[in-house]
Design a protein around this ligand. Sequence first.
Ligand code: MN
Length: 238
Amino acid sequence: MSGLIDALREIVIANRILAAEDVVDAFGHISVRHPDNPDHYLLARSRSPELVTMDDIMEFTLQGDIVGDDDRKPYAERHIHGGIYERRPDVQSVVHNHAQALIPFSITKTPLRPVMHVTGVIGEHVPVWDIEDKFGGTSLLVTNMDQARDLAEKMGPARVVLMRGHGCAIAADGIKEAVLTAVYTQVNAKLQLQAMPLGDVKYLSQEEIELTPETLIGPLAKERAWEYFARRAMGDEF
Ligand code: MN
């Protein structure tokens, strides 16, 4: 039970960090796999992340059905979370966001690639999922499990998948790792966009991409970064 309370508290902090760092705005969400039931996940009701409190968190099956007697309105795109949890037993937390700096890499042939040590976490290959490929003309929102499973398949074993003309999904083995990866995916996009007009970009090597995640989500760095971003987002509330 205390695991659940801790999870709820961390989800609130995660929402506040993602909002403070402009990774999410009115839209976007973060979930965690239920600490006591790997077939369920925890996610806020349909509400802007900045405003989410512990009372807003709902419980869902991996298929996106509401658990318990709860008539609050869920996020239309909650299926993104279940689709990834279903395919990836290693994943404990999922973020969906519309971070604006990512969009150019989802609508052109230029891949998002790591340019800095703390952004090596995004991985060597960041796939781009285009909803149109399989589902034709849509609102671009992921509103059912077929679409979510297709997105998860495109993501494969990656931490980040871009969604064409929409945003991204991020998957990690913990909520802190997911939040930090989401923050630094947008940092990488901004830096790459700044560097490209200057000439040929030297990206991190494959070996560097294997070694650098430690600098952000290794045990020491992760706790230090979480404390920093939580305090920035919440002030004395944290
Ligand atoms: Mn969306």
